[in-house]
Ligand binder design. Structure first.
Ligand SMILES: Nc1ncnc2c1ncn2[C@@H]1O[C@H](COP(=O)(O)OP(=O)(O)OP(=O)(O)O)[C@@H](O)[C@H]1O
Length: 254
């Protein structure tokens, strides 16, 4: 397996409560892995340790063979791990195209500072257009961000994440708060990025149909522990997984 991201015995305790316990997982490059589990299973906490918002009590996060456990969230983004909510700088009174263009420019600032003055405005503009096309938002390029529907804002966030050239996209419930009509749009966007096979996607999601449809593999957390990890068919058939969900512990699998 071509592993891009790995956790080793990853553990965190809040006071006496162990929220994530000794999770060993390998995430394959350019594939889509979903994380599922009942409410409170530790999914977001696990994400926070990968992105650097939380430091583990024990264990390691390894990215492209390098131990990044002690690195800050900003340094991890620079290395190529992007999380959607890190895009706090959506400027409401700039257009979608201008917002993505700023992300393209900031990526260039970080990585190609020495060359930045050689980069033509046209190249930056074209890149911004390309990322808006990827997230199916090119028809709103000249719309102010403030006027976007909720689902469209999430698409803009993903475009900005792509513009930062992150190799790993961490998406925490991208459909949360969306209307029923908006969900298929975001699904199309994620499927499109997956099918390009240029990025690794790690997705937390409660919508089972969506997970089954999109995932190359699924890991299941239960009470902070890794209950199962495998391909979607295997996971859906797994008796322990079914018990964890059917035991009434999960109230929003749909
Ligand atoms: N900062 C914190 N301090 C104390 N306890 C925390 C903290 N963050 C998370 N927890 C606890 O860790 C456990 C796991 O929470 P987490 O939010 O990771 O679960 P989750 O699987 O993402 O749940 P959901 O599906 O409801 O979002 C919960 O018991 C939660 O109360």
């Amino acid at each position: 397996m071509d592993t891009i991201l790995e956790t080793k015995e990853l553990t965190i305790a809040f006071g006496g409560h162990v929220a994530v316990s000794e999770v060993n997982i390998q995430i394959e490059r350019n594939k889509l892995k979903s994380i599922i589990g009942p409410n409170g299973a530790g999914k977001t906490t696990f994400f926070n340790m990968i992105s650097g918002q939380l430091k583990p009590t024990k264990g390691q996060v390894v990215f492209k063979g390098k131990d990044i456990t002690k690195m800050s969230p900003t340094d991890r983004t620079r290395m190529g791990i992007g999380r959607s909510f890190q895009i706090t700088n959506v400027f409401p009174h700039l257009t979608c195209h201008e917002n993505v263009r700023l992300a393209v420019q900031s990526q260039k600032g970080i990585f190609y500072n020495m060359l930045s003055h050689f980069t033509s405005l046209k190249e930056v503009n074209d890149k911004a257009t390309k990322f808006l096309e990827t997230v199916l938002l090119d028809n709103k390029a000249q719309e102010l961000a403030v006027n976007l529907a909720h689902g469209e804002k999430r698409k803009l966030e993903i475009a900005m994440l792509l513009a930062l050239e992150t190799e790993v996209l961490l998406l925490d419930e991208p459909t949360a708060g969306m209307s029923l009509e908006e969900v298929p749009m975001i699904l199309d966007v994620i499927r499109k990025i997956r099918d390009e096979r240029k990025r690794t996607i790690v997705l937390i999601e409660h919508k089972m149909d969506m997970i089954r449809d999109l995932s190359d593999s699924i890991m299941v957390l239960f009470h902070g522990k890794l209950l199962a990890d495998g391909d979607p068919e295997e996971i859906m058939k797994n008796e322990q997984v079914q018990k964890a969900y059917l035991g009434g512990l999960h109230n929003d699998a749909s």
